[in-house]
Design a protein around this ligand. Sequence first.
Ligand code: AQP
Length: 328
Amino acid sequence: MKTIFSGIQPTAVFTLGNYLGAVKNWSEMQAENECIYSIVDMHAITVRQEPAKLRTQTMNSYALAMACGIDVERSILFVQSHNKNHAEMNWILSCSTQFGELSRMTQYKDKAQKHPDDVNAGLFTYPVLMAGDILLYQADLVPIGIDQKQHLELTRNVAERFNFRYGDFFKIPEAYIPTGGAAKIMSLQDPLKKMSKSDDNPNASVYILEPKDDIIRKFKRAVTDSGAEVRFAEDKPGVSNLMTIYSVFSGKTLDETEAEFAGKGYGDFKLAVGETVADALAPVRDEYNRLAADKDYLLSCMKTGAERAMKISEKTLKKAYKKVGFVV
Ligand code: AQP
């Protein structure tokens, strides 16, 4: 049995990218592994959030993770700020992380450019907090989309540096990245850019709780290219992205998808993608509505999740304190 850790920011309802790149795999990995998942609200505040909205969104994200199949009896699902060990580990690891390596992080560069009025220190040290999230649980595997690969590599480097300085201690985690296009679902409006929760263009991202009609409308409007052929190719990024999405939800291969739409236009194809996605997500929406209505139940699950997470992480933190020479 392997230990799995992963997190998601409660910055908005999860997109199709978050779902296919990460959360769907979280759910599938539960059968054979020890899984620990977190709603990482501490990461979310590296970009300015409206407090009341963040609070609501954290509750909603927790319910949504459950609706996507996270079983809170079998796995641990907790809110990051409910476990103070993450903040403490962040400090220890900050002292084993180099300024230069953080400066190379592309997410930092992108977000600093997007929010030039708030290039805060937390945005810069985000990957250290993430390293702590993973290393606190001595995780073997971290299911992520391809955009987080660089941060995972930094986690490995920091862990190796710590182990070199203080003696073998942290397990070096491996990334678990879905094969094929699901590792990076692209924006429906700009297929060269990844689909993102916080995209300013509401037509760029499909949020997994959207009503069926809205999902279909967004796919109908998706940017493709001037041709008419449904074919997976580098020079057809828009169509290829839609084919990836269709094939994951329909269970058909890319070849089967090409054959299914041979001789048909983009219109038929986009409608089929929209309908397939909306229908596949309907049970998630229903389950979310049921869970979100029961705040007391969600709060009690959060509390239990945090206690379980704290118990495991406390041991690692204590040992790390000893390793660096703190009196414990
Ligand atoms: N487009 C994507 N395709 C595949 N995987 C994706 N992920 C994100 N976008 C895609 C994966 O989802 C997990 C959770 O992401 P996150 O909440 O930690 O933040 P993020 O990577 O910054 O995702 P967003 O949607 O772009 O959020 P905002 O807009 O708030 O910054 C991660 O495993 C990520 O790889």
